[in-house]
Design a protein around this ligand. Structure first.
Ligand code: NDP
Length: 281
């Protein structure tokens, strides 16, 4: 008999202001799951010990935040298919003595996107080429997007992600350097901001885009969860676009993590209410 609740959590640096704690714990309470989700501040030098500790203590799994998403891979026993392509892990699952790395950022985005659009056959334009972009690009490509265009300031990072999509997924990947007052292509069905521009506290920061190239009916998504209504989404809504904020991605990646760790399908509305309360606090 175990006297401990199932342990899950996040290894983060720094650990403060992580809304996922409130979101996951609300789901555990709502569904009567005897588990806790703890936020642990882990330095890069201590990551190996932290993972070995989680294994030794029988944690069901944990999330990894920056800067651990790539380096954690060396301490795991295997990777899920999309995490292997993305090359980064944000969720680790401990099952039958094995630690498996998953990437639920992209899966969470895809689940959120599917509430408004199916990426199959679409030309998806991604603004940014960082960690969130890699996860979103690979998942929309594996979900059947015809083309994924990466727009980024840093050419090396943008070209590398376009090549990853092109060589490791069925979609065609291409790179376009970010120019001043950047126009969006006419045939873009889905545009996703995966940069950190607009994230709290810089809530009025603007992407250097020609917003008038956003056409009515285009799906415009932002991965930024805080604030949910970014400048980009306000500009897009004013031009008749279908908008999708970053809270759905966060809620869905938590739903997927809880399913992987506990086998329970959590009610998304419960997690969303907890997220809204955490962001309003
Ligand atoms: P990274 O640091 O890995 O990447 C940041 C990206 O933003 C780079 O492509 C960078 O371009 C670009 N960028 C930064 N500033 C500018 C600018 N002024 N103009 C144009 N491009 C810019 O960060 P992540 O990918 O890990 O995170 C990005 C965002 O995704 C964060 O805001 C994070 O909160 C959000 N996120 C949301 C999640 C959710 O559940 N909703 C989950 C994970 C992340 P360059 O390469 O040229 O420097």
């Amino acid at each position: 008999m175990s006297f401990l609740s199932t342990l899950t959590g996040s290894f983060a640096t720094p650990a403060a202001e992580n809304p996922t704690v409130a979101v996951v714990e609300a789901a555990y309470r709502h569904h009567g799951i005897d588990a806790r989700y703890l936020n642990c501040e882990v330095t890069p030098a201590d990551l190996g010990d932290a993972v070995r500790g989680a294994r030794a203590m029988g944690w069901a799994g944990f999330n990894c935040s920056l800067p651990h998403k790539v380096t954690v891979v060396e301490y795991l026993d295997g990777l899920a298919a999309s995490a292997e392509i993305i090359g980064a892990v944000n969720c680790v699952v401990h099952r039958d003595g094995r630690l498996t790395g998953e990437n639920t950022d992209g899966q969470g985005f895809l689940a959120s996107l599917r509430t408004v659009a199916d990426p199959a056959g679409q030309h998806v334009v991604l603004l940014g080429a960082g960690g969130a972009a890699r996860a979103v690009a690979v998942e929309v490509a594996l979900a059947g997007a015809a083309r994924v265009t990466i727009v980024n300031r840093n050419v090396r990072r943008g070209e590398e992600l376009a090549a990853l999509v092109d060589t490791r997924t069925p979609a065609a990947g291409s790179f376009v350097p970010w120019c001043a007052h950047h126009p969006l292509p006419d045939d873009a069905g889905i545009v996703v901001n995966t940069t950190s521009v607009g994230l709290h506290p810089d809530i009025n920061a603007r992407l250097d885009l020609d917003h008038d190239t956003l056409r009515p009916g285009t799906v415009v998504a932002d991965v930024i969860p805080n604030p949910p209504r970014t400048v980009l989404l306000r500009e897009a809504a004013a031009r008749g676009c279908v908008t999708l904020d970053g809270t759905g991605m966060l809620v869905n990646q938590a739903v997927i993590g809880i399913r992987l760790w506990t086998g329970v399908d959590a009610e998304p509305a419960v997690l969303r209410a907890a997220l809204e309360a955490a962001l309003a606090a």
